[in-house]
Design a protein around this ligand. Structure first.
Ligand code: MG
Length: 453
């Protein structure tokens, strides 16, 4: 990743604040570069951000200028866009979303033709083209055209309903009452139809896809107070929260208790492995409860660098039956290899329907650890990686893993310190038997980082 004019540029795309770095010109340049590298028909989807439409037309212009056709699926979840992209007649896909970042942010997330995010080499080629203004611009009679496709969400839902683990009639028979908080994001483009197909009684909060997030859009417990209250008020079976581009899912029990986003993947993993034993891929920051569960059924756990593409590539390589990230990102490879909240929802409803247990009981059945996720703000100018490297040198003779920043492993706890790929911050995550222990570890290492910066 390099930093340029207040932009975060990485192999998966370009991210910035609208009016202070990310402009239509930048979006068009990246689209021209992308289309030069992946000629053909390119899928373009967006989340609900206010800047989404402005950037969409800039991306269209860039793609058409290098001879690409655009398949416009407009407002769509990130997993929906990925699923359409992986169809063999499509050359690639671009998603306009800054995921859980605040509403003033947006980004171009670049997909490879297989629907996974760009790999390192593919991404570097795009960035080089932008840096050198190296675009395959075409003459007037070769410019691309725009095609509108309105069935993307429908196809995504059909694919979920056809999964072998999903028994639609069984889920429908339960008539689950569910409160769901979409944070005014792209969830509105797919979840109403999904719940209708599964015979649920949904109560939506923040369903207007207008990009005006009424709260911090990250689906972590401290942001889900309204959802918890609504679950109790409506006497619902379950509360759900998705992030603005619908690739992260958080669960709230029927008691109004937010389980914490780590437990989405823990519960889905337990269910999937109980039906189809096999291997699991997660990132280095994901809870060790995953290891405990895999051990029970004899499955192996592979850990990768943080970042969806790292988990996805490994999951594809080893043929994982379930994968994902502890931030609520469920990857169910039988559907496709990308984080997908709608498939996470369907698997959880199947788990509840099949087990006959409520969410509190399912949550009580898995191992529990306390995790603290913190961060240190650095500003665009700081060299976060250098700071983490210095810290790693200081701890070189301990039990460490330096695949991605520094992870220190202790007997019953761990702490992971790494530079974020998407924001100018250092993330500090610790897991221990108690919150106090995890919190104490985080404070010690935050102080160390500050001393170095
Ligand atoms: Mg997201």
């Amino acid at each position: 990743m390099k930093e340029l004019k207040n932009l975060m540029i990485s192999v998966s795309g370009v991210r910035g604040i609208i009016g202070d770095g990310l402009t239509p010109e930048i979006a068009m340049q990246f689209a021209q570069a992308y289309g030069s590298e992946f000629p053909g028909r390119v899928v373009v989807g967006r989340d609900s951000r206010v800047s989404g439409e402005m950037l969409k037309y800039a991306v269209w212009s860039g793609l058409m200028a290098v001879g690409c056709d655009v398949l416009d699926i407009d407002l769509a979840s990130t997993p929906t866009t990925a699923l359409v992209t992986e169809r063999p007649d499509h050359a690639g896909g671009i998603i306009l979303t800054a995921s859980h970042n605040p509403k003033q942010w947006n980004a171009l997330k670049l997909l490879a033709p297989d629907g996974l995010f760009l790999r390192q080499k593919q991404g570097e080629k795009i960035v080089n083209r932008v840096e050198n203004a190296d675009y395959n611009l075409v003459a007037w009679d070769k410019i691309g055209r725009v095609h509108v496709f309105q069935h993307a969400a429908e196809q995504h839902i059909d694919a979920i309903l056809n999964l072998s683990l999903i028994d639609v009639d069984l889920i429908r028979s339960k008539k689950f009452k569910i409160v769901i908080d979409c944070c005014n994001g792209a969830g509105a483009a797919i979840l109403p139809q999904l719940f209708a197909a599964l015979g649920c009684v949904p109560i939506f909060l923040n369903q207007e896809p207008n990009g005006l997030f009424p709260r911090n859009p990250e689906p972590v417990p401290e942001n889900l107070g309204d959802l918890s209250r609504a679950v109790l008020e409506h006497n619902a079976d379950l509360g759900l929260a998705v992030d603005p581009d619908v690739d992260r899912l958080a669960l709230v029990s029927e008691e109004g208790n937010p389980l914490g986003e780590e437990y989405t993947l823990v519960l889905v993993t337990k269910f999937v492995l109980s039906k189809t034993p096999g291997d699991v891929v997660v990132n280095l920051s994901t809870t060790r409860a995953i290891d405990d569960i895999a051990k029970q059924v004899g499955g192996r756990v592979f850990r990768t660098k943080v970042g969806e593409i790292n988990v996805a590539v490994k999951a594809k390589q080893i043929g994982a039956v379930i994968a994902g990230e502890g931030n609520g990102g469920v990857i169910y490879p039988e559907l496709h290899i990308g984080r997908d909240a709608p498939v996470g929802i369907a698997l959880m409803l199947q788990y509840m329907a099949e087990s006959g247990k409520n969410m509190s009981a399912l949550h009580a059945s898995v191992p529990h650890y306390s995790m603290i996720k913190d961060k240190i703000e650095l500003g665009f100018a700081a060299d976060a990686r250098a700071i983490v490297n210095k810290l790693a040198e200081q701890h070189a003779d301990e039990n460490i893993n330096t695949l991605d920043g520094l992870k220190l492993l202790y007997e019953n706890s761990w702490i992971h310190i790494r530079a974020s790929n998407t924001e100018p911050i250092i993330r500090v995550i610790a897991e221990a038997p108690t919150t106090e222990q995890a919190s104490a570890m985080v404070e010690v290492f935050k102080k160390k980082v500050k001393d170095f910066s």
